[in-house]
Design a binder for this molecule. Structure first.
Ligand SMILES: NC(=O)c1ccc[n+]([C@@H]2O[C@H](COP(=O)([O-])OP(=O)(O)OC[C@H]3O[C@@H](n4cnc5c(N)ncnc54)[C@H](O)[C@@H]3O)[C@@H](O)[C@H]2O)c1
Length: 327
């Protein structure tokens, strides 16, 4: 099958390329604004890679493509500029137009848990969506646009509302941030908020396996039923996260331990919490996030790593990368 991945040189994208290249013809479109060509370097002789901005003319790259994974976006939840994110809505429209013109069969989109805003613990997919950040608002707008295109032009749509994804090739997020800060000053670690922000973390390996399970088990059924009890749908929405959660202070402790083990820092630093904002890390930060993943579990999805285990593995991988200066 010919598959096109937008943002394929990024963190999640490069891990997805590694998996899909085994059995498919893969095309990657990425402007390298956040990605890194080194992440896909081992596959460059097997894939087609184009360094291009998705806001430009992209229709021709979609010729003969059956399935599109749309991952390209600014992944920084902390960014408070609406303009940055409106660009992500525009590129999503461009991708959908290219899908329509080239009769693409299926689109899979990486949305986010932030579409819910401050929500109840164990948030199900049918919980109300009230985002409190421009990032979350834009993801929700993209979801709506995808839903409309899928309905009008009979494209199958998969929307994955991801928890915090961690692991190989990550270049942003709390673990990366802590490693970076500790390398600059190892006597003190600044922690945004009160350290009690508690969220679910999923390894990138589990994230990709969850998305592939959803696609495999529902792609032939999607215009019939996403769930046995549901009416027919064009688009299936899946929460994708872990069964448990972990707080930011616990993550800091794991990262410190791994950096000491790797010989990158000598002793334990003092933790300095920025506080304020009701303990949130930044304006628009959701303080607690745990998604209900029972819809995916019914398709036999089971995360291999808990949040804590995933954080430990990711901290190890990130410190090794810094140690080897392989960024
Ligand atoms: N990492 C997470 O925890 C997480 C959680 C929820 C959702 N997501 C979503 O998953 C997707 C992938 O995230 P990631 O963590 O791998 O981020 P990333 O920054 O590593 O990957 C995004 C890629 O998109 C590319 N890109 C951005 N704008 C582009 C444009 N205009 N044209 C072409 N390429 C462009 C970047 O260069 C980068 O390679 C994003 O949509 C993100 O919002 C990520």
């Amino acid at each position: 099958m010919k598959i096109l991945i937008t943002g394929g040189a990024g963190f999640i994208g490069s891990n997805l390329v590694e998996k899909l290249v085994e059995n498919n013809e893969v095309v990657v479109l990425d402007n390298l604004s956040g990605g890194n060509e080194n992440f896909i370097e081992p596959f460059l002789d097997k894939i087609e890679f184009y360094e291009i901005d998705l806001a430009d003319k992209i229709d021709d790259y979609f010729s003969g493509v059956e399935e599109v994974w749309h991952l390209a976006a600014n992944p920084s939840v902390k960014d408070s500029s609406p303009e940055t994110f409106f660009k992500d809505l525009k590129i999503t429209k461009n991708v959908l137009e290219a899908c329509r013109k080239n009769k693409v069969k299926r689109i899979l989109f990486t949305s986010s848990s932030t579409v819910y805003g401050d929500a109840v613990k164990n948030t199900p997919e049918n919980y109300e969506t009230k985002p409190i950040s421009f990032y979350g608002a834009t993801k929700l707008a993209c979801e709506s646009l995808i839903s409309t295109y899928c309905s009008l032009y009979k494209i199958q749509g998969f929307i994955f509302r991801l928890a915090n994804i961690i692991g190989k090739n990550s270049t942003h997020g709390v673990i990366y941030d802590f490693v970076n800060k500790l390398l600059k000053s190892n006597s003190e670690l600044e922690i945004l908020g009160d350290g009690k922000q508690t969220k679910s973390y999923l390894s990138v390996e589990d994230c990709i396996s969850g998305m592939l399970i959803a696609r495999k088990k529902t792609k032939d059924l999607i215009n019939i039923r996403c769930e046995a009890t549901m009416p027919p749908e064009d688009v299936c929405i899946f929460n994708l996260g872990n069964k448990d959660w972990i707080n930011v202070k616990e993550i800091a402790e794991i990262v410190v331990e791994e950096m000491i083990n790797a010989g990158l820092i000598k002793g334990k630093p003092k933790f300095r919490f920025t506080g304020g904002l009701e303990g949130r890390g930044w304006e628009g930060d959701v303080k607690e996030m745990l998604l209900n993943i029972s819809k995916l579990e019914k398709l036999d999805f089971k995360p291999k790593y808990s949040s804590g285990e995933g954080v430990k593995e990711a901290a190890k991988e990130t410190t090794t990368r810094f140690k080897n200066k392989s960024f």
